[in-house]
Write a protein that binds this ligand. Structure first.
Ligand code: GDP
Ligand code: CA
Length: 319
């Protein structure tokens, strides 16, 4: 079985760890990772979502934090601060810095982001084929209005520095309109037996991947069933501030609204948490098969159970 999953950072990565447990030895997972969160800092290219997937599946993640390296130290950050060089709000630890140095060095030497990601994965052995959604530069920006007026900020500034405390008025994946899917992305979607949307952020993770011309169309046209899992449980994101970016695109933060936002042209099946059992009928009325199962990724075993439920639903809705 060839499984293709779109993924953001922590929600995608944790789900993939369960999925990897749930499949057989012959099955293969290809991950199409969001690169709209990428940012250039200190002259380095940082790819937060690709790294979260790579570190989580490779056993190097800071488990409680959900991003960055385990047993991290912060000497470089402290030294930069002494020079008065920011930004201070973005956490880059010493071990993490090494990843960004390798990546940036290879990009400067002319390798593509796909090639660099593959090279980094030689060390981390994530057990999946990790593809960036595109080798072209895409950066999500958020329009906000605060005491400094109306302006666009990088998504990382909105999320990490401002903690999404001001309303997002618009979300634009800058560069996406002219970006090309990375090599292998469209082929993987066309050849997939199952396509999964993990419980990643529907707007700034999955939505950004789908914004690369050709990817949304390839998902919609795929012969494989497409099944998603809700990142919203009981009317709120399990973690983070997805409600703020959903509001920016006019979508309520409920499991059913997110399903209908993707719509039946894109997804065939949708899993909601058992507390959202009442949403099942509304999702099914939208032409999407829906089941209520526990969706909290409390540990790998519970997450593997979610992945099995997603694969079982995919079997039932096979086009
Ligand atoms: P990010 O790039 O690090 O923000 O990660 P993703 O976009 O991949 O995933 C973020 C989403 O994961 C958030 O909207 C959370 O609601 C969701 N999430 C986190 N933990 C869980 C969980 O245990 N269960 C479910 N269903 N969703 C979760
Ligand atoms: Ca992200």
């Amino acid at each position: 079985m060839r499984i293709v999953a779109l993924a953001g950072g922590i929600g995608g990565a944790r789900f993939l760890r369960g999925l990897r447990e749930a499949i057989g030895p012959e099955d293969e997972i290809t991950v199409i990772g969001n690169t709209g969160d990428d940012i250039h800092l200190f002259g380095l290219k940082v790819c937060p979502d690709l790294d979260t997937v790579m570190y989580t599946l490779g056993g190097g993640i800071h488990e409680e934090q959900g991003w960055g390296r385990t047993d991290e130290t912060w000497s470089i950050k402290a030294e930069m601060k002494e020079y008065g060089v920011g930004p201070e709000w973005f956490g880059l630890g010493d071990r993490d810095f090494a990843t960004h140095l390798v990546r940036s060095q290879m990009l400067t030497a002319g390798y593509t982001l796909s090639q660099v990601t593959e090279a980094l994965c030689v060390r981390w052995r994530p057990g999946v084929r990790l593809l960036p959604m595109s080798d072209d530069r895409v950066e999500t920006h958020v329009r906000i209005t605060d005491e400094q007026g109306t302006r666009a900020v990088h998504f990382q500034e909105y999320w990490v520095k401002l903690h999404a405390a001001v309303d997002a008025e618009a979300i634009v994946p800058v560069g996406a309109d002219t970006a090309k899917p990375a090599p292998g992305v469209l082929e993987a979607l066309a050849e997939a037996d199952v396509i999964l949307f993990p419980p990643s952020n529907p707007v700034v993770s999955i939505g950004t991947v789908l914004a690369v011309p050709g990817i949304r169309e390839a998902v919609a046209a795929a012969s494989a069933p497409v099944v998603g899992l809700s990142p919203i449980i009981g009317g709120a994101p399990v973690r983070g501030m997805a409600d703020k970016v959903l509001a920016a695109v006019g979508v309520e933060a409920t499991a059913e609204a997110v399903a209908l936002h993707y719509g039946s042209t894109l997804i065939d099946g949708w899993l909601v948490d058992t507390v959202d059992e009442a949403a099942v009928a509304a999702v099914e009325a939208g032409g999407i098969a829906c089941r209520a199962v526990p969706l909290l990724m409390t540990d790998v075993a519970a997450t593997a159970e979610m992945a099995r439920a997603a694969l079982a639903l995919a079997e039932q809705v096979r086009r």
